[in-house]
Design a protein around this ligand. Sequence first.
Ligand code: OGA
Ligand code: NM2
Ligand code: ZN
Length: 434
Amino acid sequence: MFSVLGIKTAPPMVCKALGACHRKVSPAAAPRFCMTPAHLRGHHTLGSASLPVAGPSVRHVRALDEERLMAVEWEDGGQSLYPFTWLRDNCQCPRCTLQSAEARLLLLADLDIHTGVDSVEVTKDSKVGHLFFFFNWMKKYCFLYLYLFIYLFILALCLRYYWDASLRIPTADFQDVLHDDGAALAWLLALRRVGIVHLKGAPAEQGQVARLAERIGYLRLTFYGHTWQVQDKSMANNVAYTSGKLSLHTDYPALHFAPGVQFLHCINQAQEGGESEVVDGFHMAEQLQAEDPEAFRTLSSVRVDFTDTGTDYCDFMLQSKNRIIDVDSEGKVTKINYNNATRDSVLDLPLHQVQPFYVALKAYVDIMNRPENVVTYTLEPGDIVTFDNWRLLHGRKSYVSRPDRLRHLEGAYLDWDEVMSRLRILRRNVHGDD
Ligand code: OGA
Ligand code: NM2
Ligand code: ZN
């Protein structure tokens, strides 16, 4: 049994960790807290928790036993409700939370999901050891506020602008992105929203995609190495390493978790040909769904085999099954997996489904090859194209190199988790958002 709520002045470290999104209350202006003991009946009780003085001001706190909710009335008139079990689960005391990691110590085995509230108390000291909450922490995690926060977050970071051939690819300066947080934030936001950003002004020598990856965190190692050299190679272990045309594709559908982000740095361009092409795969999928729902249904349900065998970083023999148009449980397109070069000859379909599959794939590829959908550009030495490999399909025209200056791109992969992590940190640093 615990008794809930005492208040202490939040230690500065805790205040900082809890974020600066709420108005600060100077000690002099600190509100007088109502002591609101709520004696509740029941076998299990939440015990007592303490709420700190610093942070948002509180007018009233009470436990609603029937509803199993704690009601906090803020000085500004707002009210927040917190389920008892959630409060118990999220106790901020040092026995339940490892502050240095902002991680839960409390084991689920030790969580009493029938916990009730014995008493509610707002105190200024931290003596109440078990079950305490800081008001600013509580306000941040207010259920209603959280919904709003998630909604705003989705709006800010997950919004995507679909495009066609009329897109003017967003461009940023390579050095600015490396050295200026505002420029880096703008770069990653555009990468998320538009799916492609050109960086200009990188030295035309190897090592730049690795520097760029370090700006974010770390790159994604694959069987083609930490970074990889796109050049016309004899005994090429991949069609990309020839001088031939690459039709629109996403990289690495032979992996079940394809790299989320790709960088391609132009070190030398071809004498003739070698132009790049990109399309917005999500937009194309939307068009397919509108024009040919049956084809969309096929490509978003059939799991297609991909394969990749060879030796590079080490020897490899990959097999995967991926939906060409990956959708979430609500039918929203989340990822495109398609490289015609690595699509397996194994077609794991009943015979009568083979032709409908080809019809569907052809319909999607025909849409993406329409001139009104394709953006074409030529990379110059020192340019780096950064793009969403889960969303865009990219290709290149066949090329002929100068004999003394072979076409050379250096590439690297990253994953979206790491990119989004950097994006959140940059947003917090630049805008002070939490
Ligand atoms: C690749 C690729 C594009 C290019 O290597 O996967 O798409 O322009 N290369 O060579
Ligand atoms: N490279 C460029 O799916 C693929 O095989 C894409 C990968 C060789 C690292 C090409
Ligand atoms: Zn590629």
